[in-house]
Design a protein around this ligand. Sequence first.
Ligand code: NDP
Length: 417
Amino acid sequence: MKLMVIGCGGVATVAIYKCCENPLFTEILIASRTVSKCEALAERLRPMTKAVITTARVDADSLESLTALMNEFGPHTVLNVALPYQDLTIMDACLACGANYVDTANYEAEDTDDPEWRAVYEKRCREKGFTAYFDYSWQWAYDERFKASGLTALLGTGFDPGVTQVYSAYALKHYFDEIHYIDILDCNGGDHGYPFATNFNPEINLREVSANGSYWEDGHWVETKPMEIKREYNFAGVGMKDMYLLHHEEIESLAKNIPGIKRIRFFMTFGQSYLTHMKCLENVGMLGTTPVMFEGREIVPIKFLKALLPDPASLGPRTVGKTNIGCIFTGVKDGKERTIYIYNVCDHQECYRETGAQAVSYTTGVPAMIGTAMVASGTWAEKGVFNVEEFDPDPYMDMLNKYGLPWVVDENPVTVE
Ligand code: NDP
């Protein structure tokens, strides 16, 4: 099976490493903006796999550049692990070239000042009641076109979004008649030793974390100020941590796909030092996405900040500690209320020893490979645009155990108030 992977950062490194362990993928093309990174990774992986690995330069913002490469290589499936800005262009290229599409993050506009985009965004804010710069409407709008072309697009197969929704489908299938409450808890107990760094792409990460929070309750969105809602939780493998309610993209698809759901919240852990640094950077304008003039040339503050911060792909050797990501579900089974917690604990140093990347890239890259394998093998074969919870979770859950992200079901967990 011919797979084309677009992007060659932290997440891509793990996803491609794991694709090389899966005999389904016989030919892998790694295509990204900086081809030297693709070639360095290919050289490292060739001795450990039977898959034929080639590399190419591509500009994933250019439909022309993408279609030329896809027509030459002829991929069965394309895994997009570049940035959310490129999602729509890559989906267009897949339709033009007859390839299935897989990604790990939903579409986000790079230029949030673009008046055409802004008009659609402001209408959505009014109608739906949340102000995040990303939502699924842009990609769900491709459903008819993927159906008509006999192709599958699988959206958001990282950990969160991704595994958290597979856990939801699994809980619904095996533990509940109806799920009423979902709390998604994302804990990173890792320490990289820097005063401030982000664990994945800084621009995407800081945009997400500095935005308003929101949750889904009784059929509508409730929006909060950034970091307004704080809880403490004692995470298995990590210990007690502060966590904050954020808006997160899988809330939108779970609200649509889990019947009878009453509330969905998402919490992420942050240390005080991270929050203080972020607030300071925000206060001085360093998180801005609008270009400013500096010494005669335009710069985008957050892009300049990205250039100053440590490259997330370089954090692997120095990060110690564990992540714990999972979902607490409350609902009914046979007329009785029950609560379960499904989660994974992942160790940064073990991930690094295996793949050369830390656990945040690992917990995203492994599910990116698994979702791609579901589509490429025809295990998930329906045509159109889908989120992961719309398919049978069992084969995916089996692969999580097999490929390094084993999960635990706790049938008597502590809940979040
Ligand atoms: P990185 O910044 O490390 O990697 C992005 C890669 O995409 C780089 O190799 C970059 O090239 C390449 N790229 C960027 N723009 C273009 C372009 N126009 N054309 C071609 N290639 C391009 O990001 P991460 O690996 O940390 O994240 C990858 C994706 O995973 C993101 O979409 C992120 O949101 C998502 N993610 C999802 C998570 C989940 O749980 N669902 C969690 C974490 C991340 P270059 O090397 O030249 O910079």
